[in-house]
Design a protein around this ligand. Sequence first.
Ligand SMILES: Nc1ncnc2c1ncn2[C@@H]1O[C@H](COP(=O)(O)OP(=O)(O)O)[C@@H](O)[C@H]1O
Ligand SMILES: Cc1cn([C@H]2C[C@H](O)[C@@H](COP(=O)(O)OP(=O)(O)O)O2)c(=O)[nH]c1=O
Length: 826
Amino acid sequence: MVGLALAALSSGIAGVVGFTEVLEPTAMRDIFLEVEGTTFDVRQAVLALLLVFVLTAAGVFLPHRVLGGLAPPARRTVLGVTSVATAVAALALFFFPVVWLSWLVALLLGVAVAVMVLQSPDANQKPWRTAGVAAGLLLFVTYAFQIVGGVEAGALGVRWFLLLGAVLLLVAAVLVLLGPAQPQAPPETGTFPQASAALRAPEEIARPWACHLLFGVLGAVFALAQPAVIDEGFGQAGFAVIVCSALLGWAIGYEVGPTFAPGMTRPRLTSFALLGSGVLMGAAGIIEELSGKAVLSGAVAFAVGVGVRAQPYVFSRRVGVTLGGVLALLLASAGFRAEVPLSTYAHWSVSSIGIGYGAVGLAALIAGVVALFTFSPQGLQGLAVDVVHAFRSPAAVPEGHSRGLPSGGALGPAGDHAAATGVFVAFEGADGSGKSTQASLLAEHLRSRGLGPVTVTREPGGTEAGRAMRSVLLDGEGVAARSEALLFAADRAHHVAALVGPALERGEVVITDRYIDSSLSYQAAGRELPRDEIAQLSRWATEGLVPHLTIVLDIDPQTAAARTASRGEQNHLDSADIEFRRRVRESFLDLAAKEPSRYIVIDADRTAAQIAADVHAAVDRLLSTRAAPQVRPDQARSAPVPPGVPGSAVPADHSGEAVTTVLDRGGAAQSAHPPADRSTPDRSTPDRSSATPHPAPATPNLAQAPKQTGPVLPTDQGEAATTVIPTRGSESAAVRPDEEPTTVLPGRPAAEEPQFRQTKSRERLQAQAEIERRARERLRQARMRSSGRERPQNSGPQNSGPQGPGPQEPGSQEPGPRDDGPGRRR
Ligand SMILES: Nc1ncnc2c1ncn2[C@@H]1O[C@H](COP(=O)(O)OP(=O)(O)O)[C@@H](O)[C@H]1O
Ligand SMILES: Cc1cn([C@H]2C[C@H](O)[C@@H](COP(=O)(O)OP(=O)(O)O)O2)c(=O)[nH]c1=O
């Protein structure tokens, strides 16, 4: 009943608002024609409309002072009484269309709107229900009359709309007064504050001026609709079309706002909304045709809806709407029209109403440009990333709507994530090893197998908050090693809480480009921070969430550097770079060797298609050990995330049966051989051989590995074995009797490489990576310079000192550049 009352109330209010906007110039026209016997003056009509607008706004402002402190039941009574008063005034106006009555209705309406929103903030947050109904009514009534009786009847139709609105208001008033009390919900966003005390301190509001300006644009769209239709002679049905379009545009923008352009940072989205609404507003002013004006008005309102929803504002939208509307009407009331000849046959008609549109549009446009530069501490940095990422799905978590994982202690067992039913795959490896390329190809592969939603994400910067941290980490002047470690952990914590965890809970396959092992390899092994502390940090950040499978793309640093050079990054590696990258590489291999059940190492110095074949085979095998997802994805995701996190109650499983699976580019199976004996010794690297002890060869089948056990952060365990698996063509399947043939994809021939390269998503990734990294490269040069200044304090012979069970080779005495962060390698 309360819902019905509110729907009726808001529709009634909207109906009356629509009517008074229409009525005012009409009444003015009648008065002028009657009293002065002159022709209708648009300027006077616009000024009269301005007064209606101002009075409505004044009415909206009044109750906050008076009613802010009233108890809800008292406010309810006020709402009922105000609604009755407004309805009576509207009825009077229907029968006696005189100008002062319309002003009274305007004032009462403002009060009614404000009291309604004070009483039920929810009514203000559901534009579909309120705006949509009213817009539909207005359009229907107006058009019905205009179709039957012509343009003049359209105006009459709007009078009947007033009657309808008044009746609805009366019904609503009765329902409000007699209905049960409504529980009060706390306002979220876009509401009038319940009381002035509810207003947040200004510094807590993100970008108030941007919101006010956006609402100003919206106010101008509505305020100018009536003058525009009078000026252009569209008739009142034209007014109804514009208002309907704008209301729907606003409602849609507001509704989809939180998930619109999920990959774009919210302040940036607001900037673009300002820019977009400015341009569209200008266009709406120029266009002299009804449908164009209507569509553009709708688009402007949509941009406003999206833009303000990107802001966590709690202040009222009244200020902006009023000021925007008033300014636009003031400009429009200048009442001039000039013809600008464009050619012999064409001319452009400039009117003061068009100027009203144009001025407000220009203000929004300029504000949008300012916002682009000022909304982020990094200014325009990351703009390209935001644009390229804008419509990517990984960050589709609405701002502030992250579904946190079940809370756990600092060392919460992986069982905390047992509710998750998805599959979590991580790619690790050096820059340029092809992680993002392979992540994208794997997603396509899984989707082509009908495995439903596949989320591809990355670290750092998989979420909106993460992108800010990424920017600090990679775009700035560089931060201290410990700060860097904390930031990576912070990014990871949010990534898991906001994106990975929820996606796994939804049963999706989540593929991440980098995860915990990157911290262990770059911060611990590379930067030589205490390994246990880094491990502990990540474990805490992720609440123990571990990937089901980690794919290490192993590649020679020089080869990787050559690849990244093709993206505009530096190619030359100095000895410090080489040493840093070597330690990182060793660390990845070491981690894989210690956790064979959960890792696969793939030689990444091959074509993307060859690597992809191995990756897909490994993931298919992983999925085959679960509930047959390739046949029935819903069941496939029913298995829990692996238990067992070091330091937790669940012990890690290191039974020794498991193996690290090394997929080499070599031809024959080498299951009983250590890496040094690979079939392609000419291409195997000494680094890898020395880094991974492989004393106990075993069957390299993920399907036979212990069921998804093993912690993500292993302690020192040397019993793991490495087995080399051939990867070319179908040989890999043929030589492995324990393998399920149906789950192993034969390696793709190299000839397919161009086809892979042309995939859309990969192009997108590449474009994104290229833009980002070029920017980063420049900044990292600066970072390297400052890092050079820092080095004397941190580097030296002690670098080869204790660092926990890290991957550094015992024989390595080369001074490790402690300050080498991720930035140093480029
Ligand atoms: N197997 C491959 N062989 C040659 N170039 C590759 C291969 N895989 C990726 N690339 C290229 O190398 C560069 C780095 O690839 P990318 O997937 O972005 O690596 P990462 O994510 O590890 O930095 C890109 O320009 C990409 O086109
Ligand atoms: C996730 C993570 C990344 N990094 C580094 C590795 C990379 O140099 C950088 C991330 O940059 P990114 O552009 O993601 O590198 P790529 O896509 O080539 O893998 O951050 C760490 O040092 N620690 C971490 O925990």
